[in-house]
Ligand binder design. Structure first.
Ligand code: FES
Length: 182
């Protein structure tokens, strides 16, 4: 497997082609916050909490580290002011289920209080049910700000015997609703 050289927060390292920035950073002890990422599921890139700044060929931009694969000569910065600013914005959007991170990034309140449920739309339960459980009992319906989780009523009884997605739930919605649906 081809090895690529890169730099993360000033540290030089080598990692296999196909490694994501998130994985490479973790391998040298650099922690990048995530929400929709799970090592057991395919990369998804939905929440953008894991954004980092990359520079390649004198061009700097923000990318989601959980889906972006490393490149030779890449320079990555995981904690710049620009990165912190976007994480603060995302944490504010996801308030109140991220109170721990909110403290870390000094976010005291949110302009975007969620509707009646506490679903962060991270998609972990949907992906678990589809990729691992192969059931598709939970899905997203609607688009944009109307996007929300739903459970297929005919499959809800299966949920009562599974509950595996509960451990992944970042907002509490599925924990409450999967037992209410049948
Ligand atoms: S953890 Fe990377 S986009 Fe959600």
């Amino acid at each position: 497997m081809k090895m690529l050289k890169l730099q993360i927060d000033g540290q030089e390292l080598q990692a296999q082609k196909g490694t994501t920035i998130l994985q490479a950073a973790k391998s040298i002890g650099i922690d990048i916050p995530t929400l929709c990422h799970s090592e057991n599921l395919k990369p998804y890139g939905a929440c953008r909490l894991c954004m980092v700044e990359i520079t390649k060929d004198e061009r700097t931009r923000l990318v989601a580290s959980c889906v972006y694969e490393i490149e030779d000569g890449l320079v990555v910065k995981t904690n710049t002011e620009r990165v912190k600013k976007i994480r603060r914005m995302i944490i504010e959007l996801l308030w109140p289920s991220l109170t721990g991170l909110a403290k870390e990034y000094d976010v005291a309140s949110s302009r975007f209080w969620p509707k009646e449920t506490e679903c962060n739309l991270c998609g972990l339960c949907v992906r678990y049910c589809s990729e691992i459980r192969k059931l598709d009992a939970v899905y997203f319906k609607g688009r944009g700000i109307d996007r929300e989780l739903a459970i297929v009523p005919e499959l809800a009884r299966e949920c009562a015997f599974c509950h595996q997605c509960h451990e992944l739930c970042t907002g509490g919605w599925i924990v409450y609703h999967s037992d209410q649906a049948f």
